[in-house]
Design a protein around this ligand. Structure first.
Ligand SMILES: [Zn+2]
Length: 486
């Protein structure tokens, strides 16, 4: 053992306190280095944003050299093109008008949707030098900007838009294996060809909020569709016993200050766990909620991305569902049936549905498949499916899949039964107080085919009523189109 002394170690100078000037010098050096690193990092991380800043010189130069590129559907239909007049004036044209308004966006009065996300690429031109020379020879002033190929399908977007008809609401359709967004409709919409002329009415502070992409930015009480989450937590906490669950429904359940009722004042009688889900019994799910560990439930919510920014490239709202050890009983039963303060976006519900269909693995939803040079010779960037996380076990996902099939075959989703494909899903009728009276939003979220899931469809119809009557038939039209059913 060495003896501790105050003597300096041999061969080294004794430590002396640094002079104030040295201290200041050191602090400045550290600060300056940190600042330089921060600035470099900032410029790198935000290179697209900095490029897209309309005051940025570089952007001005690119716009003088290149025409804005074309945005295509997954099948090569042009969704946004730039038309150049003889005088060289460039005008953005959206051949489908209102149909892709929120997904593709607009490029005047600021930018939105894919026009904003991919601006950096659309105004650059990666065609070859020889091609540029050919353009110059032909007397053309500008080179064509890069092309963006999206994941969007024109037929699915059309059928989703027609299904939603004149209702306010949203429909989102994704490929469960890759996360590709095949359709994303929000209503009311707007015509991106006339954004300039209609700007003042578009930004008016009214309930229409046409510029809002309800599919990703709308926050709604999830109602009974949230029972997917409550059921997952119950299976997780009672993996051996959930099958033995039993409840006698008399139409209502009380806890704390709260009383909740089954939808339409129904009494469901004797129910097991599967029956509670199939019939969407609020009382039974409130009872289920009361039997769970509130801290564990809170952790499952966090894992499912409640309270987190969703990992997507376009604006999306943060869903709200909070549970913790100190939660009051009244809040627990409200959360268990997706009411109270619970709020989520259709996109988020679609992601959870897609994870169930995908045997427990959540994948990142995305809108852009690739960016190519206009001559098609250079692949500038490409996007493939990307896993976010395994959010539930394969066993948990399999049980939820089975329960969602029961909903379609003999429960609230039966308008999707008896078809050439087997769908699976969950309905919701989310109640809210409009100020004058109690109303409800109609929900459906589900996937098909149940045995080998391909697509997930999520529908919200504002103020329509029951999910089974309003949202399910809309989802059916989307599934029918995808599976080629006349
Ligand atoms: Zn009931």
């Amino acid at each position: 053992m060495t003896k501790k002394t105050d003597r300096p170690i041999r061969g080294r100078k004794p430590l002396r306190p640094p002079t104030p000037i040295a201290v200041v010098g050191i602090i400045f050096t550290v600060l300056f280095t940190a600042m330089s690193i921060y600035l470099c990092r900032y410029a790198y991380v935000n290179r697209q944003t900095m490029m897209s800043n309309s005051y940025n010189n570089r952007q001005r130069i690119l716009l003088e050299q290149n025409e804005r590129g074309t945005i295509y559907s997954r099948d090569g239909d042009a969704l946004a093109v730039s038309e150049v007049s003889e005088g060289g004036d460039e005008e953005r044209y959206y051949p489908y008008g209102e149909l892709f308004a929120h997904a593709v966006g607009y490029a005047t009065k600021g930018k939105s949707g894919i026009e904003a996300m991919e601006n950096y690429y659309l105004i650059r031109s990666d065609i070859s030098l020889s091609e540029k020379a050919r353009y110059a020879d032909e007397g053309r002033k500008k080179n064509p900007g890069n092309s963006v190929t999206t994941t969007l399908s024109v037929p699915l977007q059309e059928v989703a838009s027609k299904a939603l008809a004149a209702y306010r609401g949203a429909i989102i359709v994704t490929d469960v294996r890759t996360g590709e967004i095949l359709a994303m409709v929000s209503k009311p919409g707007f015509d991106p060809n006339h954004v300039d002329a209609e700007w003042n009415s578009l930004i008016a502070d009214d309930e229409d909020a046409e510029l809002l992409n309800r599919a990703s930015q709308g926050l709604y009480p999830p109602g009974s569709t949230f029972k997917l989450v409550t059921a997952l937590e119950y299976i997780r906490e009672y993996p051996e016993d959930y099958g033995a669950y039993h409840y006698q429904c008399n139409g209502m359940f009380k806890a704390g200050e709260e009383t909740i009722h089954c939808f339409h004042g129904e009494s469901h009688g004797s129910l097991d766990f599967y029956g509670s889900f199939q019939k969407s019994c609020n009382s039974s799910f409130a009872n289920i909620g009361m039997q769970m560990d509130r801290g564990d439930f809170g952790r499952t919510l966090t894992q499912l991305l409640f309270g987190s920014k969703l990992p997507v490239d376009f604006p999306a709202s943060v869903s709200n569902a909070v549970m913790g050890p100190d939660a009051a009983d009244g809040d627990v039963i409200q959360l268990s049936i997706g009411q109270g303060a619970t709020a989520m976006s259709p996109l988020h519900l679609n992601m959870i549905t897609q994870a169930i269909a995908n045997d427990g693995v959540m994948v990142r939803p995305y809108l852009v498949k690739s960016v190519d040079s206009a001559d098609g010779k250079t692949l500038v960037k490409e996007h493939a499916g990307e896993e976010i996380d395994r959010v539930m076990s394969e066993e948990e996902a399999a049980i939820l899949q089975e329960m969602m099939v029961l909903v379609v075959n003999g429960g609230t989703g039966r308008r999707l039964s008896g078809l050439s494909y087997q769908a699976a899903g969950k309905t919701g009728s989310a109640e809210f107080d409009s100020g004058q009276k109690e109303e409800s939003h109609a929900w459906f979220t589900g996937f098909a085919p149940a045995e080998d899931p391909a697509i997930a469809v999520t529908v919200i119809v504002e103020r329509a009523g029951g999910g089974g009557e309003y949202a399910v038939p809309m989802a059916k039209r989307v599934f029918d189109c995808y599976f080629g059913v006349e």
